[in-house]
Design a protein around this ligand. Structure first.
Ligand code: GAF
Length: 389
């Protein structure tokens, strides 16, 4: 799934008349912990081998010139007359990072930037955060500025929230920046402390793309977030120790039930039970208890489907089909939801058969050609930059 860096570099030189330096950022899949990040909870994602590459070279003027080979379009901005908001264009993700760096006094000189990505769009594998992080790495190198991975992630999240206008949490930018090969990353989204958990070599992570698109910039993600925050506000009012939903127990939620809408109650129930599932998943991974981990994934899917109402019939179908196939340990929707992909844990010796059968049966059941990706956990952008990749 790697993009050819040589070709990209050659293309940049031809287009801009000077050699550039390339930085790449992976995509991510979330094993478990969905919609928990923006209320300070726990997530357990890993980086996967799709990627975005950003190649940068300096200019002597104050222009930002961005080229996307995916859109085959080149656009220019004056850095001294920067837009303060996105305009619903692919370049928002890059200019959002320029804007966010400037907020922290990391000033960008004029640059040429070419961007190419192979992360499936709108599939819940975080193509947008992949672009943001690759661009951030490129701009930081141009500015000869080093900042910790945690800071890169928060700058990119700010670009997405306040410039692009998508109200996401920190999970995607964080794991894409800080992931380590062969490991899943357990992130405490309040403290930003993280722990790397080794994945077993006899288990494959198989991603099935339902090919039903979602966009978190659209209303459904925002609506869910508002329902969750309304529930969180009721809980905090009832008990000021509850600063974030992460601090609440199911008993707290039951006590507050009469004071919030049924939707808020069910969204919060998803998050409280999901945080508990992530912590159980950590213990299961440590103890090598794959059955337990798989059961947690199935339970997480049901909670996303019924309490959070963020699945889609096609995705539910993929989970049901996966469950009936040999070697399948667990399966659930991954990412923001409303379509996109499932993540499946599959015994290695069954992985190829699983991929083939799932594709066939989904085609029969839904009439859609799914894409199936058998993935490995790869390094994040910081480790890649260190390795000079
Ligand atoms: C999207 C968001 F960008 C993440 O922050 C997270 O909330 C996720 O949906 C749901 O877990 O990927």
């Amino acid at each position: 799934m790697n993009i050819s860096t040589q070709e990209l570099a050659a293309d940049h030189t031809e287009r801009f008349g000077q050699q550039g330096t390339s930085f790449s950022a992976p995509a991510r899949v979330n094993l478990i912990g969905e919609h928990t990040d923006y209320t300070g909870g726990f997530v357990l994602p890993l980086a996967i081998g799709f990627e975005t590459t950003a190649t940068i070279s300096p200019r002597t003027d104050r222009k930002a010139v961005l080229y996307s080979s995916n859109f085959d379009e080149q656009v220019e901005y004056e850095l001294d007359a920067m837009p303060q908001k996105g305009r619903g264009h692919w370049s928002d993700y890059g200019m959002g990072v320029v804007w966010s760096l400037a907020k922290d006094d990391i000033k960008t000189s004029g640059f040429n930037l070419s961007v190419e990505g192979n992360v499936p769009l709108g599939s819940g594998l975080s193509s947008s955060a992949s672009v943001e992080v690759a661009v951030a790495m490129a701009l930081l190198s141009l500015a000869e500025t080093e900042i910790p991975g945690e800071k890169i992630a928060t700058l990119c999240r700010r670009a997405e929230n306040d410039f692009v206008g998508a109200p996401s949490g920190i999970m995607d930018q964080f794991v894409i920046t800080n992931a380590v090969a062969e490991k899943a990353l357990l992130l405490d989204c309040r403290s930003l402390e993280f722990y790397l958990l080794p994945l077993r070599p006899d288990i494959r992570i198989v991603i099935a793309n339902s090919m039903v698109k979602h966009s978190i910039a659209e209303g459904a993600y925002r609506d869910r977030r508002e329902e969750v925050e309304a529930g969180q506000a009721v809980l905090s009012k009832m008990n000021p120790q509850i600063k974030l939903l992460r601090d609440a127990t199911m008993d707290d939620l039951k006590q507050a039930r009469g004071r919030m809408s049924d939707a808020s109650y069910r969204r919060c129930r998803h998050i409280i039970t999901e945080n508990a599932r992530v912590l159980e998943a950590r213990s299961a991974l440590f103890g090598g208890d794959m059955r337990k981990l798989g059961d947690l994934l199935f339970a997480a899917h049901i909670s996303m489907r019924d309490d959070f109402e963020a699945s889609a019939p096609e995705v539910d179908k993929l989970v049901d089909l996966a469950r009936s196939l040999p070697g399948c340990i667990g399966s659930r929707i991954t990412g923001g939801g409303f379509g996109g992909c499932t993540v499946n844990l599959v015994e290695a010796q069954y992985a190829d058969n699983f991929a083939e059968q799932l594709k066939l049966r989904y085609k029969d059941a839904a009439g859609i050609e799914a894409e199936i990706y058998v993935c490995e956990a790869v390094d994040g952008a910081v480790a890649r930059a260190k390795a000079g990749e």
